[in-house]
Design a protein around this ligand. Structure first.
Ligand code: NAI
Length: 320
């Protein structure tokens, strides 16, 4: 059997690690030899208040098991300060888990500017600030592992979570680009959409479900994605209840609705709607080059006078 995964010598920052999922990640990294920065603002679930107690408790738990940990109580909006704590305590930063989060659920029409802004500041801007502060250190050492925390609410939508859904899928877009920019420096960025019982979900889940969806069933994926052996980059996973699945984009073959030297009309869109939306023979474009390549092919088909279905795109690359 291959040896257990060790994080000895690695420095990990887990944001929002005073409770819930973040605490579980921090404990798991600590148990496997990492030096852990336990960040938590210690406020309430709506983003109000602050306290050092939550982070301190997790630091004590890690130390009690013989691990190395320090606390940081700043908001993720002050990303530089969090990374500074890692550098001062341990001299480097290898792994960043963007996990801190709050909720301000409202049906869309009742969403205030504050409900929108606070959610974006903590989830999206906070992850940006923290990750940017770590980025050059990771580049210089040619190693980095970053996790973004999205949500099923972002992937699928969820009533009353317009602000949260938007911020959470914004993180996926950021992660996709960081995966591309980081690749040549051995910086990998992946996104998870976890489900676990926590104070964030206790109002929406029945108590028995809350109890059985343990945060400890999410941590192993986070640890694997952050290990130096793991080559996964730019991916999205749903994880919970002891199950892990990977997601990707799927695209219909679509339809070309334009004929050379003729106008394109909304009626032609209506008349071909079934074909546009037909997922039979769907393709799975994996990058922007494959996406653009389709359009190049469409242009040449229209030029040749073929108002037909678009060609398959898989496996075709362009230098665009
Ligand atoms: P939690 O409320 O138990 O943990 C979040 C932690 O973040 C709290 O300890 C809180 O004090 C901290 N925090 C909040 N704002 C902060 C800030 N500005 N700076 C630093 N720390 C801050 O919630 P849970 O469930 O563990 O959530 C963790 C992450 O997972 C969040 O990003 C959440 O949106 C996401 N998530 C959780 C799901 C679940 O089923 N529990 C579902 C989908 C996503």
């Amino acid at each position: 059997m291959s040896p257990p995964l060790s994080f000895a010598g690695k420095v990990v920052l887990v944001t929002g690690a005073g409770g819930g999922l973040g605490r579980e990640y921090a404990l798991a990294f600590g148990e496997r030899g990492a030096s852990v920065v336990v960040n938590d603002l210690g406020g309430d679930i709506k983003g109000g208040g602050k306290s050092s107690a939550a982070a301190d408790k997790v630091v004590e738990e890690i130390r009690a098991k013989g691990g190395k940990a320090v606390a940081n109580y700043d908001s993720v909006e002050d990303g530089e300060k969090l990374i500074q704590t890692a550098l001062e305590a341990f001299g480097r930063i290898d792994i960043v888990i963007n996990n801190a989060g709050i909720l301000r659920d409202r049906s869309f029409g009742r969403t205030s500017d504050q409900d929108w802004d606070l959610i974006h500041r903590v989830h999206l801007r906070g992850s940006f600030q923290v990750t940017r502060a770590a980025w050059n250190h990771m580049k210089n050492q040619k190693f980095g592992r970053i996790i973004m925390t999205a949500s099923a609410a972002g992937i699928y939508g969820n009533f009353g979570q317009g602000n949260y859904s938007a911020a959470k899928l914004g993180l996926l877009g950021l992660s996709n680009t960081l995966a591309i920019e980081g690749r040549k420096y051995n910086i990998h960025c992946n996104t998870i959409a976890p489900t676990a019982g926590s104070r964030l979900t206790e109002t929406v889940m029945p108590p028995d479900l809350l109890e059985s969806l343990k945060a400890e069933y999410v941590a192993p994926l986070v640890l694997w994605l952050c290990h130096e052996q793991c080559q996964e980059n730019g991916s999205l996973f749903e994880v919970g209840a002891g199950w892990i699945g990977k997601l990707r984009w799927e695209r219909t073959q679509g339809a070309i609705l334009r004929h050379k030297d003729q106008p394109m009309t909304p009626e032609s869109v209506r008349d071909r709607w079934d074909q546009i939306c037909d997922f039979a023979d769907a393709t799975k474009p994996a990058n922007i080059q494959e996406s653009l390549q389709t359009l190049v092919e469409v242009l040449s088909k229209v030029d040749e006078g073929q108002g037909l279905r678009a060609n398959r795109t898989s496996g075709v690359a362009s230098s665009a």
